[in-house]
Design a protein around this ligand. Structure first.
Ligand code: PHE
Ligand code: FE
Length: 288
């Protein structure tokens, strides 16, 4: 999610809810080939790294079928599993539109795919990030409930002028979350699972901090959008994430957070459950 938007009315061709037809028939063979290249590379890397729920989703949704997935077909499968659908949008949409779709179990996905020279990195979410990164987790019943609750939480946070806090929760769970599974630490955040380099960095590199998840701590923490994260937060289970976020009334929490300073990206603070104290060598090396 991004809270800066160039447009505030739907672009031509879009409906009032900002959705557009995916227009699957119009993808060029080169575009399907880009998906296949990205898919093959990630699918090989993720067993033993991605959470079980993610790998199961990839499998049950048949995302290994060659080419960019057809959202209609994907939505049929997903609807039967958890009641979610995937709808196409031309790019970033306004927050209230994003939250309304989410609260109604519609996941908005970009319909364009990155160019062949952008395989490793791009700032705007494309269909590979959105579908390969996010959609498998929506096949998990608990995560599916979490994201719907998040959508309603977003509508509420807007009224409390607290989107910056709630946005960090999204960032450090949905986009860049880690989970402690019985077999070891695993990735489930879409920004990690869809990135060749970060899916290794997040688990193996000594640079970043890995800290046990704490709701207020996460919502106070800055993040970076331009490079690998300097902090990852580790949840014990999706059940626990759902329980914590649903059972906590965020309104008083927002008021407390507004009275406290934000926490800089790489800082360790009192009370942190530090699982890895990162060297920050990667980030420091870049600055030098
Ligand atoms: N319980 C949150 C609130 O009071 C809503 C929420 C649920 C937010 C799940 C995020 C995730 O606003
Ligand atoms: Fe994303």
């Amino acid at each position: 999610m991004d809270t800066t938007h160039a447009l505030d009315t739907p672009p031509t061709g879009a409906t009032a809810d900002w959705t557009v037809p995916q227009d699957w028939a119009h993808y060029k063979p080169e575009e399907h080939a880009t998906w296949d290249t990205l898919f093959a590379r990630q699918a090989k890397l993720l067993p033993g790294r991605a959470s079980e729920a993610y790998l199961r989703g990839l499998d049950v949704l048949k995302l290994s079928k060659p080419g960019i997935p057809d959202f209609a077909e994907l939505s049929d499968r997903l609807m039967k599993l958890t009641g979610w659908q995937v709808v196409a949008v031309p790019g970033l949409v306004p927050d209230e539109v994003f939250f309304d779709h989410m609260a109604n179990r519609r996941f908005v996905a970009g319909n364009f795919i990155r160019r062949p020279d952008q395989l490793d990195y791009l700032q705007e979410p494309d269909v590979f990030h959105d579908v390969f990164g996010h959609v498998p987790m929506l096949a998990d019943p608990v995560f599916a409930d979490y994201l719907e609750a998040y959508g309603r939480g977003g509508q509420r946070a807007m009224q409390h002028d607290a989107l910056n806090y709630l946005g960090r929760l999204y960032w450090y769970t949905v986009e860049f979350g880690l989970i402690q599974e019985p077999e070891g630490l695993r990735i489930y955040g879409s920004g990690i699972v869809s990135s060749y380099a970060e899916s290794r960095f997040a688990l193996d590199d000594p640079s970043p901090n890995r800290i046990g998840f704490d709701l207020a701590r996460v919502m106070r923490t800055d993040y970076r959008i331009d490079d690998f994260q300097q902090n990852y937060f580790v949840i014990p289970s999706f059940d626990e994430l759902l329980r914590l976020t649903v059972e906590t009334d965020f309104a008083p929490l927002y008021e407390q957070l507004k009275a406290q300073p934000d926490i800089p990206v790489a800082a360790i603070v009192d009370g942190d459950d530090v699982m890895t104290r990162g060297t920050q060598a990667y980030a420091l090396g870049k600055r030098a």
